[in-house]
Each structure stands twice: as C-alpha cells, then as structure tokens.
Design a protein around this ligand. Structure first.
Ligand SMILES: C[S@@+](CC[C@H](N)C(=O)[O-])C[C@H]1O[C@@H](n2cnc3c(N)ncnc32)[C@H](O)[C@@H]1O
Length: 212
C-alpha cells in the first residue's frame, strides 16, 4: 500500500465523470497546445536549455511534451499522484527519450531538493489538490532564483459551479484557486507575479510567477 500522501483522494461520485472523458482526451490536449501553453509562453517566455518540472501530468503527457517542444527545456520531469496515470504518461512520451521522466509523487510534498528547477509547470493541478497552497509553496521551494512557475487553472468560479459539480469530480469543496487568490498565494510563497491573464468571465486564469 502506498504511503498516505500517494493515495488518491476519495471524491464524491457524480452521475457522469466528465474528468474521465475530458482530462486525458485529444480535444483537451489540443486546447492545451493551441491556447493554454501559448498564453503561458507569452506571459513568461521560454525555458531554453533549462530544467523543468511538471506537476500533475495526467495520462497523455502533453505538458511534458510542450515543455520540451514549445518552451525549449533541455529536460522535464513529471510528478503525478495516480500510479496508473504515471505508467500511461511514461508510455505516451517515450519518443522524447531521456529529455523526459515521469514518476509517482505528491505535488504537496516534492522530493526534489530546494532550487532544483528553472521552471515549474502546472496545468489544472491546483484545483484537484485539496492543499493547493502547499503545491504553490513546494513549487516556489524547488525553483532556482530567476526560475518561473507557469500555472494555468480553471478557477473556483467554474469548478464549484452547479453545472460542473453535477458532472465533475473534484476533491473537497470551498477552497479552490481564484485569480486573485492564486496571485496572493504565490506572493506569500515568495514569488513575484510577473504575468497573469484571466479570461472567460473569471473562470480561467494563466499566471507566471518568478522567484527573485
Ligand atoms: C485536471 S488533471 C490535469 C492533467 C494535465 N496536466 C492536463 O492539463 O490535462 C489534474 C492532474 O493532477 C493530478 N494530481 C492531483 N493532485 C495531485 C498531487 N497532489 N500531486 C501530483 N499530481 C496530482 C491528477 O491525478 C491529474 O492527473
């Protein structure tokens, strides 16, 4: 049995599990590639030749692929809570060879040493993590001075809306990132918010925060 921090959180059942249909789907990957990552790149710039970490890779590994192909990272490591997703993701990015690695881990308690990475990416991991503030603190801890956190999130406004809650499983209620809340938590973790763009009536936010 894995340690408590690596046991997937129990979430309340819904009639339809939209996460299962959407998160690792091709349309989701297309949105990430064509819309979300370009916004993050515009806000934060490339990570040319750098060492990167992605939190909550999912099964498809699109964020890992984009860190290499779009942001120019020399190497990217992925940390994912669910062992089945780790295995699927490792298979999905096998063609990238030793530029990419994926391992089981908890983004709220990373095993990496302080100041290990030039960039940390998180695509929609925070609204899945009950202790999302700890994820931000851990990202700040493992960034080198000058390193950047690239975060893209569906905010509390949509995740906790009635229609989404009817079809989508998310752990715990009532404490999810808002655009301002995410920026504030980054600042409290010692990061400087250097870019943020919020769209879709406050339902989606992209943020880049730099470690001084
Ligand atoms: C909404 S999915 C996003 C997947 C992918 N990044 C994307 O944008 O399509 C959130 C992912 O974060 C993972 N996750 C949730 N909490 C985590 C944690 N504490 N540590 C690592 N991964 C976590 C989930 O298992 C899931 O694969």
């Amino acid at each position: 049995m894995p340690p408590p921090s690596l046991r997937p959180t129990t979430v309340p059942p819904t009639y339809v599990d939209a996460n299962r249909l959407w998160v690792d789907s091709r349309p989701r990957a297309a949105v990430q590639r064509r819309f979300e990552a370009p916004v993050l790149l515009r806000l934060g710039g490339p990570v040319a030749g750098g060492q990167a970490l992605e939190l909550g890779t999912g099964r498809r590994g699109t964020g890992l692929r984009l860190a290499v192909e779009l942001f120019g990272a020399a190497r990217v490591e992925g940390v994912e809570l669910h062992p089945a997703s780790v295995a699927a993701c490792a298979t999905a990015v096998r063609d990238l060879g030793d530029r990419v690695g994926v391992q089981a881990g908890d983004a709220t308690a990373l095993t990496a040493a302080d100041a290990s990475y030039d960039a940390v990416f998180g695509y929609h991991v925070l609204h899945h993590a009950p202790a999302w503030r700890d994820v931000v603190r851990e990202a700040a801890r493992v960034l080198r001075p000058g390193g950047r956190l690239y975060s893209c999130e569906m905010t509390a406004r949509i995740v906790d809306s009635r229609p989404l809650r009817a079809v989508s499983r998310h752990p715990t209620d009532g404490d999810r990132p808002t655009p301002a809340g995410l920026a504030a938590v980054c600042s409290a973790a010692g990061l400087t918010v250097t870019g943020q763009e919020t769209r879709f009536a406050g339902c989606w936010t992209a943020l880049v925060a730099t470690k001084p």
